[in-house]
Design a protein around this ligand. Structure first.
Ligand SMILES: Nc1ncnc2c1ncn2[C@@H]1O[C@H](COP(=O)(O)OP(=O)(O)OP(=O)(O)O)[C@@H](O)[C@H]1O
Length: 491
């Protein structure tokens, strides 16, 4: 298959200093290709060889299957545009005049004429870079980020097939970075523009690039998709920092988080306080706990200090319960970003609290249970299951450092224990008359201090799993009995 750009066994020396070692890769037309690597790994040198700013010493570069050496400067400028790392501001020129210079390669003859085509390309480039309103301004009166955009506009006005960018978003604020990369990405799709760009920001590279080349001391350390390449061991080897890979919340792109030398301190469960009123049950921890939950507020993975189980009337409805609950929390001065918020129609004073403490595990389970919406989940498909708020809310606080697997297993173990408690208490699904496995709107939060003892797993084979199983079972049984008692008193 023909490639837009093909680099083969490319090596380069400044004097006796070898800075690139037999670098090979290929880029297809329309690809957004990123070059990553630590300072001094050879990225700029590589880009300068691709633009012929540096002469070829060893190896080969082909553009559209033609050797780069065979291109005259003007021929090359019709195919390749470059945005260097830093450009000297050309004093006296306006923005538009600077961008017009990009049309040089397309002009012919000794006395070239400015054509409609030239004007259209310049205006399009100005529009793409958000500079239409500034076109008459002198370039030396612009900010660093704006000037960077002018040079990008000049490169785009060249209407190249390949765009070489050395840190294109350098000097730009985050909104400009995202805007520019969105535009470039669109051009790679619509105009089949090929972009080869040096990135320092791994996240931007991971989000926008189709493929990445990772350089390490002038060698290719890796070459692949962001998902293949943004990987903990490789990154730690190349960048010499401890990292952790995570999933992007919306896209199948990896995110890397650097692990700083800052220690998270916690007093564990000793710092836990609980207050209960008829309106709400609130658990507060002195330091944030890491939480995996299905709560109305704070669902997913969060760090939180406030855990609110709010009592709401049985007939509670809201078109947007999350927004309504956030408003409720704000009105009561909770820091919403650090709060896990659940709701229940059950009286929260009937919560059951069970502590498990031995040499291996220290945890606390808090359960509120109502079975107005009890459901046998295996038969739920037969019925119109309600989603009102008669529910079982389970919170588990663990003194320890849980892996992701342990968090997920803690949810499984707690759910199994809850289901067993319902069955032992004889709770039935009122429609099918079979044992209920839960209610239709149950909620769970697993909160861990993330200090002290490490727990890789939390299934029933482990001490943590055993403790969760016992505590959740006991707390659920007690909470169910409290609920039944109150119901009996009301009759
Ligand atoms: N003109 C030069 N003369 C001598 N050595 C040079 C020259 N330009 C760069 N180098 C050296 O070559 C190596 C690679 O430099 P290069 O600029 O390609 O790295 P880079 O990966 O782009 O770095 P950065 O992330 O800091 O921009 C570095 O050790 C640098 O000091």
């Amino acid at each position: 298959m023909s490639k837009m750009l093909r680099v083969n066994e490319l090596s380069y020396r400044y004097g006796t200093k070898q800075v690139l070692h037999r670098v090979s890769f290929a880029v297809e037309q329309g690809e957004f290709f990123g070059i990553l690597g630590p300072n001094g790994s050879g990225k700029t040198t590589l880009l300068k060889l691709l633009s012929k700013e540096l002469p070829l010493q060893e190896g080969a570069i082909a553009l559209n299957d033609m050797p780069l050496v065979s291109f005259s400067p003007k021929q090359l400028a019709r195919v390749v545009a470059v945005l260097p790392q830093s450009v000297e501001a050309a004093f006296g020129y306006t923005v538009k005049e600077t961008v017009e210079l990009g049309r040089y390669a397309h002009q012919r003859g000794l006395l070239p004429k400015w054509t409609e085509e030239d004007e259209r390309a310049v205006q399009e480039a100005l529009a793409k870079t958000g500079l239409l309103a500034k076109q008459q301004q002198p370039i030396d009166q612009l900010s660093g980020g704006e000037r960077q955009r002018v040079y990008l506009a000049r490169a785009l006005a060249q209407e190249p097939k390949v765009l070489l960018l050395d840190e294109p978003t350098n000097h730009m604020d985050i909104a400009q970075q995202v805007r520019l990369l969105n535009e470039l990405k669109q051009w790679t799709n619509e105009k089949r523009l090929t972009v080869v760009a040096i990135f320092h920001d791994l996240h931007l590279a991971s989000l926008y690039c189709d493929r990445l080349l990772l350089l390490h001391e002038g060698h290719v350390a890796a070459n692949g998709t962001p998902s293949e390449l943004i990987e903990e061991t490789t990154m730690e080897h190349v960048f010499h920092v401890a990292v952790r890979r995570q999933a992007h919340p919306v896209l199948p792109a990896p995110l890397l988080t650097f692990l700083p030398h800052v220690k998270h301190m916690s007093e564990g469960l000793a710092s836990l306080t609980m207050t209960t009123t008829s309106e709400q049950l609130v658990v507060t921890t002195k330091t944030p706990f890491k939480v995996l939950s299905s709560a109305v507020v704070g669902a997913g993975v969060q760090w939180a200090r406030y855990f609110v189980n709010r009592h709401v009337p049985k007939q509670y409805t809201s078109s947007d319960p999350e927004a309504e609950m956030k408003q409720y929390l704000r009105e009561r001065s909770f820091d919403v970003q650090q709060t896990i918020g659940m709701m229940t129609a059950v009286h929260v004073e009937d919560a059951s609290i069970v502590y498990e403490k031995d040499l291996e595990v220290s945890l606390c389970a808090i359960v509120t249970a109502g079975v107005g919406n009890a459901v046998d989940v295996t038969k739920a498909w037969q019925q119109n299951v309600s989603s009102s708020v008669g529910t079982i809310n389970t919170m588990i606080f663990i003194d320890g450092m849980l892996t992701d697997a342990a968090f997920v297993q803690a949810v499984m173990t707690a759910t199994e224990a809850k289901t067993k408690a319902l069955s032992d208490e004889g709770v039935l699904d009122p429609v099918t008359n079979t044992f209920a496995t839960g209610t239709s709107t149950d909620c769970i939060a697993i909160a861990a201090s993330q200090t002290g003892r490490e727990y890789a797993y939390a299934g029933s084979a482990t001490a943590l799993g055993k403790a969760i199983g016992r505590a959740v079972y006991e707390a659920t049984i007690n909470a169910l009995r409290n609920y039944e008692k109150r119901k009996g008193e009301r009759r």
